[in-house]
Design a protein around this ligand. Structure first.
Ligand SMILES: O=C(O)CCC(=O)C(=O)O
Length: 258
């Protein structure tokens, strides 16, 4: 079902797949595993892996998420890898690495903890920024911003194309509970100007329904959003971004490279 939809995506238009010249696939992402899933990272920009985290791991990770969210006093905690040995170890664990193309390392981490009291919709966007250790003007990087005191910048598209995000679900998460919505195949469009985003998001999006323990693997360039949760339960997601470390400009350093 999805194949015609993503292959028909074209900047500014949705046209029959046969008339579309597809963008070249990212050159730096080489998957080594055989995929049997309905969606794939390369074609659709996302794929879901069920049951990656065991119930024992889930218990430990929920406890750690609760501890960090309480000590930071926020439901969106950045820089998890320097705040938690548990999350740092998890980010480089063999079972997460097995979901990734070769040669990627964690470079940014966030806990999103939607709770009944603190619950928000996320508008359609691509993840276009990376976190670095200091601001240095280098060609093709920018604009710059500061999030939680950390310099962030937009790298060139080629770097974003080589990156992969893992979203680890600590709770069952469906459309009623703020599941991620995605536009399959939109990662092929490169950086989309904000004014063009509505052209691609008027169609029915794919709802990434996940159970606790499932991992969503996605390109940071896929258009995604989420709705406010209508469910009274919590929705804890660990968001780990990975990149080939050497792909960053030589004058910059990853904020969370370990
Ligand atoms: O966890 C979510 O609902 C979406 C978060 C997200 O994509 C973001 O803040 O960039």
């Amino acid at each position: 079902m999805i194949a015609w939809w993503w292959s028909g995506l074209k900047k500014g238009n949705l046209t029959p797949a046969s008339s579309v010249r597809k963008r070249s696939p990212p050159t730096k992402v080489h998957l080594t595993r055989v995929h049997t899933m309905t969606h794939t990272l390369e074609q659709d920009g996302f794929e879901t892996h069920a049951g990656i985290l065991s119930s024992t791991e889930l218990h430990e990770l929920r406890e750690e998420a609760n501890r960090i969210a309480a000590s930071e006093g926020t439901v969106c905690v950045r820089g998890l890898l320097e705040k938690s040995r548990v999350f740092k170890r998890l980010s480089v664990s063999a079972h997460l690495q097995s979901l990734l193309p070769d040669g990627l390392q964690p470079v940014r981490s966030i806990l999103f903890d939607k709770t009944p009291d603190q619950n928000w919709p996320v508008l359609w966007h691509q993840d276009l920024t990376i976190a670095v250790q200091g601001k240095h003007a280098v060609p093709e990087y920018g604009p710059w911003s500061i999030k939680d005191g950390v310099p962030h910048t937009q790298p060139p598209s080629s770097l974003l194309e080589s990156m992969v995000t893992l979203r680890l679900h600590l709770d069952d998460t469906d459309g009623e509970k703020g599941a991620l919505l995605v536009v399959p195949g939109s990662h092929h469009l490169g950086k989309i100007p904000p004014t063009d985003v509505p052209r691609y998001t008027h169609a029915v999006p794919h709802v990434c329904n996940c159970r606790a323990g499932d991992v969503l693997v996605m390109s940071p360039l896929i258009l995604h959003s989420s709705r406010r949760s209508k469910n009274p339960g919590r929705r804890r997601v660990l968001h780990f971004e990975y990149a080939p470390p050497e792909a960053l400009h030589a004058n910059l350093q990853w904020h969370e490279y370990i």
